[in-house]
Design a protein around this ligand. Sequence first.
Ligand code: FPP
Ligand code: MG
Length: 383
Amino acid sequence: MNCSVNCIVYWCFKMSTWFPEQPKAWYHKMCIRILEFGPIPKHVAVIMDGNRRFAVKNSMDRAEGHLKGFDKLTEVLEWCLDIGITEVTVYAFSIENFKRSKEEVDCLMELARKKFKRLMEEKDKIKEYGVCVRVLGNVSLLPSDIQEIIAEVVTFSKDNTRAILNVCFAYTSRDEMCTAMKEIAEGVSLGLIKDSDVSEALLEKSLYTGNSPNPDLLVRTSGEVRLSDFLLWQTAYSCLAFVKVLWPEFSRWHLYGCILHYQRNYQQLQRAKEQNEADQLRLQRESDYEIVAQEMDQSETKSLHTLAKQYANDRENRVNNFVQYLHEKRDKFFHDIATKSKKRINGDVTVEINDSDNWMTLPFKSMIVVTDIITIQSDGSDY
Ligand code: FPP
Ligand code: MG
């Protein structure tokens, strides 16, 4: 199977939009009205699995399977907006996916290249929809031209607030946590934060997803019931929906099923989440008191309570400033790539951005719904 040739031929004939704007049948409008009686997840994460099995099942080549997967993504984004889901995070390419054949990796890179370019051609729609597109992952692992296109999309859309699309690309959760820990260690050595400021809350804010709420619902298609190193930290209190259908076959009905599943489990998940938040607050308060008590000297006239309050204030300021610093650093990462790229295109500079440049590694850097039966098995250990 010659994946890349087929890809190119196929793309010559079809250049699908990110905004398909399909008409909605009356019965879908009715279903949405009914769903709106219950809580609607604000943030949904998706593991779009099963493209290759779909290709085999339909006698297509892999490239076409992935392309169908992309088209499905654009549809699902619209369905989500219709329902009031304003943030979607998708697993588009895992760092583990680099282990696939060169032909398939090239093919997925070419798909990303073409689709992000296409997105920039649809600038008016990005503005009209008010969508902020973020790319989360170790972007420095990607070919330099893709880094440039991604940087353009991210910088162009960064101030939009009506909807958020997080594309996890060259991402794994463990890599994300490791990167966050390195950043925190650097923050401590630069004196921006103290080692005693390190907490679950700080680590959470230092992840690529730091400025988003955690997903309310995570959907994985294709019948696999693993998280495959996707948003492991962020989904601790999310509702998990494992759908048996292959990603390109996912329909509005499957989405409604996942939302119903979320609504059925909502109270239980909320209670667990609130309990965890209360526990975290208590632990933080205890830690503040302990630190202040250790540092307090005999001549201190203020009460332990007053000192702990003051300490907590200072700690919060340090942490907020550090998080702000991280966000600015990540914005700058993309801004610098986009600027270099523009200058190069305009002929202002002759330096090429090299894949091997030592970019900072920051980017910027349960329950089951059964809907279909699958007989074709996945051949890989990655997702
Ligand atoms: C998993 O199916 C899917 C992927 C590895 C790629 C997903 C990518 C897209 C849907 C396109 C996204 C593109 C952009 C630009 C956002 P699989 O290959 O693991 O299939 P299998 O489980 O049947 O083997
Ligand atoms: Mg898979």
